[in-house]
Design a protein. Structure first.
Length: 316
């Protein structure tokens, strides 16, 4: 796995943090919050700052800090105004997923706030690398932040199928990091994102831009930020009479990332299929891992095989 970074993307401008009358005079800083969510200061009231170093990457300037210990799981992004009279903080936008998503390429939207102690929450405590840079995406001006634990990827807790004003939530399957499932009535076409706004930085598209009509049991390979504007549609075999479909998505890169649809309760969702007669009941995860004959105790969605009959069950 590539080295994982904590990333903050900002809009392009004459200089980082340039916004109206406020312009940053130094590189940005990370402030690690304490367990109470407060930003520590010294006896003179100055914040305890971790400086980010400027690094040229192509035509972009990145600001980085490596192996930063965040035992509270909370931090702030801080900059000083050029005049020295104001502080600038960044905070998640109202529509952002909270806590922020952690991964190699999972940015999160933030906005400038003048409030002190603007805390951003991570999913867990850990040691992080930080990378801070400007980028314009589709002409939008949202500031972006992404976080990745140095030792592992922390996947979104949910994905969203978005079609106009319709949003369908796919929760992460318990015990299956990076795997998502929902039974839902699908719109005519939709896109896939881990935020509730459709921009390339949050979205997943088909690796093959033409591979957008999904028939039952078909796995359509997807990638982050690739062909994200190509909409998915459910084929005739992937919709029931009531338009309901099983929806399964896998982001875990240990195998192919894909989206898959199936009729509710049909055999063949993901890799758990029945091909032999067997009177013994067996339980599978949605990623096809056999758990044996004992009923799972952890909450989640499971495939149940009994002989040639395959069904799905939810254990709460």
């Amino acid at each position: 796995m590539l080295k994982q970074l904590f990333q903050v993307l900002l809009t392009a401008g004459p200089i980082l943090f340039a916004t109206q009358s406020y312009a940053q005079s130094e590189s940005p800083y990370i402030i690690v919050a304490d367990e109470m969510g407060n930003l520590p200061t010294d006896a003179d009231g100055n914040y305890t700052l971790i400086t980010m170093n400027a690094v040229a990457v192509g035509d972009e300037t990145h600001y980085t800090a490596s192996n930063v210990d965040v035992p509270s799981g909370m931090f702030a992004i801080y900059a000083k105004d050029a005049s020295g009279g104001n502080d600038t903080f960044y905070q998640l936008t109202p529509w952002a997923v909270t806590p922020i998503v952690c991964g190699d390429a999972f940015p999160n939207p933030v906005s400038i706030v003048m409030a002190k102690n603007a805390i951003i929450e991570l999913p867990e405590a850990g040691t992080y690398n930080f990378d801070f840079f400007d980028r314009k995406v589709l002409g939008t001006g949202y500031h972006q932040i992404a976080a990745t634990n140095v030792n592992k990827t922390i996947y979104p807790k949910q994905l969203y199928l978005i079609s106009g004003s319709t949003t369908i939530t796919l929760p992460e399957i318990s015990g299956e990091p990076g795997c998502y499932y929902a039974l839902a009535e699908l719109p005519a076409s939709f896109q896939l994102s881990y935020e509730t706004q459709l921009y390339e930085m949050y979205s997943f598209g088909p690796v093959d831009a033409n591979e957008t009509t999904l028939e039952a049991g078909q796995q359509c390979k997807i990638a982050h930020g690739v062909n994200f504007s190509s909409k998915f549609t459910a084929g005739a075999t992937a919709k029931s009479a009531s338009n309901m479909s099983d929806i399964y998505v896998r982001l875990n890169p240990e195998s192919d990332m894909f989206i898959q649809l199936a009729l509710p309760g049909m055999t063949g969702i993901h890799s758990a299929t029945a091909t032999v007669d067997d009177a013994e009941t067996e339980y599978y995860t949605l990623s096809g891992i056999c758990l044996g004959a004992s009923r799972p105790t952890a909450s989640g969605v499971y495939i149940v095989r009994n002989g040639t009959s395959v069904t799905k069950t939810i254990i709460r």
